[in-house]
Write a protein that binds this ligand. Structure first.
Ligand SMILES: NC(=O)c1ccc[n+]([C@@H]2O[C@H](COP(=O)([O-])OP(=O)(O)OC[C@H]3O[C@@H](n4cnc5c(N)ncnc54)[C@H](O)[C@@H]3O)[C@@H](O)[C@H]2O)c1
Ligand SMILES: O=C(O)C[C@H](O)C(=O)O
Length: 333
């Protein structure tokens, strides 16, 4: 729509599913402004919706046009996954089926399998060779596993799940407790599933280079910090009346930006396919401590895991194994 005539770079194609929803509304404007991929990178924005969400996505597209973003090369709204993912470089899979009244967890997995399987297949067929996928829609880790299983020609490490919101929440809680800016904290980790079983781990974290474990007590850690971070999604729903949206969009921007641009020596957390590191079964999409270099995530290796951490990592990974086994039993992977 807006011709990015002054940019000589080929536009990067960014597809957002669930584009008519809350997160889509917050995410697309930041992608349009250059915060996702850089302030010199033009973008083609593809907005994928289902019929019920189409009008909202069309409205968002009109507002994106009205933003007159110099980096936006084109805006397309579609209900066709094949068209949405044709040539896609960055796929942000946000649209998902929320748990409805009377729905069991297996119903939720099955309903989302029907979304993420075909979307994975459409990515397999049409995506650009450098495609990078971030799954935001819940249950994010297992949805990423499903999508990846339907995209055998795309390297599994290109499918990731968002645990950056959990990471950011943990950093913010710790910074508030210690009375320091968030930028002073490094080495924090979120392990496992994006669910209440996740383990926000401070045992390797530093503040201004000093170990955080010297500054907080175990009681606060076990009874305040860990449950507060792990249940923050529920707290937001209770206070706000709907689930986190702008903070989730912000975390998605952080995840993709760091993936593409690199983290340097700093760590963050991301749901990535396990290579067996830290005893997490190979092939599961689990949250790990990661750095990004050369456009690829790498798990930070060689960390000592104490008994307190081991038990919590194992519990969250056990939940991921259960989810994987459930979607396997349903024939979704
Ligand atoms: N990983 C995280 O940290 C995190 C954080 C917050 C929310 N979430 C999850 O993100 C998802 C989206 O949240 P939201 O607040 O934007 O929800 P929302 O209900 O406002 O929007 C979701 C949109 O997805 C659309 N949609 C459903 N199925 C689709 C499909 N097959 N293809 C394309 N679009 C489809 C719906 O029509 C709707 O417009 C939810 O699953 C939520 O639980 C994850
Ligand atoms: O917890 C939820 O259902 C919403 C989301 O995953 C969140 O972490 O805010």
């Amino acid at each position: 729509m807006n011709a990015a005539t002054e940019f000589t770079r080929t536009p990067v194609t960014v597809t957002v599913t669930g584009a008519g929803g809350q997160i889509g509304y917050a995410l697309l404007f930041r992608a349009a402004s250059g915060q996702l991929l850089g302030h010199d990178v033009p973008v083609n924005l593809r907005l994928l919706e289902i019929p019920q969400g189409r009008a909202a996505a069309e409205g968002t597209a009109l507002e994106l046009q009205d933003g007159a973003f110099p980096l936006v090369s084109s805006i397309t709204v579609t209900e066709d996954a094949t068209a949405a993912f044709d040539g896609v470089n960055i796929a942000l899979l946000v649209g998902a089926r929320p748990r409805g009244p009377g729905m069991e967890r297996s119903d939720l997995l099955e309903a989302n399998g029907a979304i993420f399987g075909p979307q994975g297949a459409a990515i397999n067929t049409g995506a650009a060779s450098d495609v990078r996928v971030l799954v935001v829609g819940n249950p994010a880790n297992t949805n990423a596993l499903i999508a990846s299983a339907h995209a055998p020609d795309v390297p599994a490490e290109r499918f990731t799940a968002m645990t950056r919101l959990d990471h950011n929440r943990a950093v913010a809680q710790l910074a508030a407790k210690l009375g320091v800016p968030v930028s002073a904290i490094d080495g924090l980790i979120v392990w496992g599933n994006h669910s209440a079983s996740q383990y926000p781990d401070i045992s390797h974290a530093t503040v201004h280079g000093r170990p955080v474990t010297e500054l907080v007590d175990e009681d606060w850690l076990a009874h305040e910090f860990i449950p507060r971070v792990a249940k923050r999604g529920a707290e937001i729903i209770e206070v706000r009346g709907s689930s986190s949206a702008a903070s989730a969009a912000s975390a998605a921007i952080d995840h993709v930006h760091d993936w593409v641009s690199g983290t340097g020596e700093r760590w963050t957390s991301a749901g990535v396919v396990s290579d067996g590191s830290y005893g997490v079964p190979e092939g599961l999409v689990s949250s790990f401590p990661v750095r990004s270099a050369g456009g690829a995530w790498e798990v930070v290796q060689g960390l000592d895991i104490d008994a307190f951490s081991r038990a919590r990592i194992d519990a969250s990974v056990a939940e991921l194994v259960e989810e994987r086994d459930a979607v396997r039993a349903l024939g979704l992977i």
